[in-house]
Design a binder for this molecule. Structure first.
Ligand code: AMP
Ligand code: GLY
Length: 441
């Protein structure tokens, strides 16, 4: 089929590779000239992906039959609605269904309305004074979030990113005065536990689960530093994670199915990939957030071991008829991102030349996914977001971690950094011990 892909990051390069393996002909729109996507596309257009009219015009001109949208911004801008209007099938959610991500208040209210388990205590505010009054009695047991989209960087946790109540006041003021996320503030109960990502494919009614993945949001080794879009992630050969039981995982799938049922009842059935981010607490999985798309980096873990034909899966989703379970290899994966120096702060180094030792990379067992890189003539230039990801796939997590590191050693650039602890046995042990401690074991 002629397929339109939207987005130019590492996640989208992984999506494009999955379509390529399925035999699709690829037409791509993206902001940056991602060299991996350029190589696979019959035709591409460099454009802001939220420019719905321009994306639709390109799709029509190329005669695409099926579209898949990578990032959240074009979903929130109504790209799927517009593509469907001109007769192009989509394996991504409409604007109304994507509110599950684009409005944290919509998500929390929906979960509450349908009495779905896993919710937190929360309250939304349209002014700073009321939000500040509300947090006064909460001590350190709260988090502050902008209601709208912030690229995964908007959440501040009391006791971690904010030390004193005055820091929280200041952040609330910043959100309103700077219009961060666009739609006010939500204060949530602070959860304690281990985070995990459960993504599913969904055809509007039925879901098919992907392997569990654990992302690493903090910028530096040892879970230090600011929150980022995600520095890297791992998944295990049994598709679970070492700190979670199969029953606990099933609870998160039940929550996701209940959310899908609720969206259908609300008149906005959900088609596409739904991303559930959970905190595994001593009381079971609790909802941190939902995303209306693949996670980045999590997409690179799961798509690297996808065994089903991705085009078939997407076509079935678009047609509302997912047939059977989507299949993944029983392999462990470790994904580590190289990111520009300063990434996660307001002072990011970008615009630097980067190159890859392709000869040694080809000999390694690492899979390279290009991310926020711009190919200008024959030179690759870093952007201000995550640069490139290396994924190791193997029978064990240790081996997958090693493969990813070998890949990273093939990058030539002095202006990037990596969280080397991701996927290492010592860090995974820390996660398992943390959960055991909370369970009183
Ligand atoms: P989000 O953008 O909602 O995924 O949040 C980013 C990060 O903030 C999450 O990965 C968590 O580490 C943290 N976080 C978000 N909500 C909560 C919560 N209610 N309790 C504790 N940590 C949270
Ligand atoms: N990895 C987190 C996200 O994609 O939002």
């Amino acid at each position: 089929m002629k397929v339109l892909t939207v987005g130019g990051g590492g996640r989208e390069h992984a999506i494009v590779e999955a379509f390529h393996r399925a035999g699709s002909e690829i037409f791509a729109v993206m902001k940056n000239a991602n060299p991996g996507i350029l190589d696979r596309a019959s035709k591409y257009k460099l454009v802001d992906e939220t420019k719905v009219d321009e994306v639709c015009a390109f799709a029509k001109e190329c005669g695409v039959e099926l579209a898949f949208v990578g990032p959240e911004a074009p979903l929130a801008a109504g790209l799927v609605d517009a593509l469907e209007k001109i007769g192009i099938k989509c394996a991504s959610p409409t604007q109304a269904a994507a509110r599950i991500e684009s409005s944290k208040t919509f998500m929390r209210d929906l979960v509450e309305k349908y009495k779905i388990p896993g919710n937190v205590v929360y309250k939304s505010f349209d002014n700073a004074a009321d939000a500040k009054a509300y947090i006064r009695p909460l001590g350190t047991k709260f988090v502050v979030k902008p209601v709208g989209l912030t690229g995964g960087k908007g959440v501040k946790v009391m006791g971690e990113h904010m030390k004193a109540i005055e820091d929280a006041d200041k952040y609330i003021d910043e959100i309103f005065s700077g219009n961060i996320g666009g739609a006010g503030v939500i204060i949530e109960e602070k959860l304690e536990g281990e985070e995990f990502t459960q993504m599913v494919f969904c055809d509007g009614k039925k879901i098919s689960p992907m392997p569990l993945v654990q992302d690493h949001k903090r910028a530096y080794d040892g879970d230090m530093g600011p929150n980022t879009g995600g520095m890297g992630s791992y998944s295990e050969a049994d598709h679970l994670l070492p700190f979670i039981t199969a029953e606990e995982r099933q609870k998160s799938l039940d929550i996701i199915q209940a959310v899908i049922d609720a969206l259908a009842k609300e008149g906005c059935p959900y088609k596409g990939v739904l991303y559930g981010q959970f905190m595994l607490t001593v009381d079971g999985p609790k909802i941190i957030e939902f995303n209306a798309r693949f996670g980045d980096p999590e997409a690179m873990n799961v798509l690297s071991i996808l065994e089903s034909n991705f085009e078939d899966v997407c076509k079935q989703i678009a047609d509302g008829k997912l047939k059977g379970d989507v299949k993944f290899a029983n392999k462990a994966t470790v994904c580590k991102y190289a990111v520009p120096k300063g990434y996660g702060t307001s002072n990011v180094d970008s615009g630097r030349e980067i190159s890859f030792d392709m000869e040694n990379l080809a000999k390694s067992k690492a899979i390279l996914y290009y991310a926020n890189i711009n190919k200008v003539e024959n030179t690759l230039i870093t952007g201000s977001s995550r640069t490139a990801a290396m994924v190791g796939v193997a029978n064990s997590t240790d081996e997958a971690e090693w493969n990813s590191e070998v890949g990273l050693s093939c990058i030539n650039c002095d202006y990037i950094f990596v969280r080397h602890d991701i996927g290492k046995a010592s860090l995974i042990r820390k996660r398992v011990d943390h959960m055991a401690r909370l369970r009183g074991q």
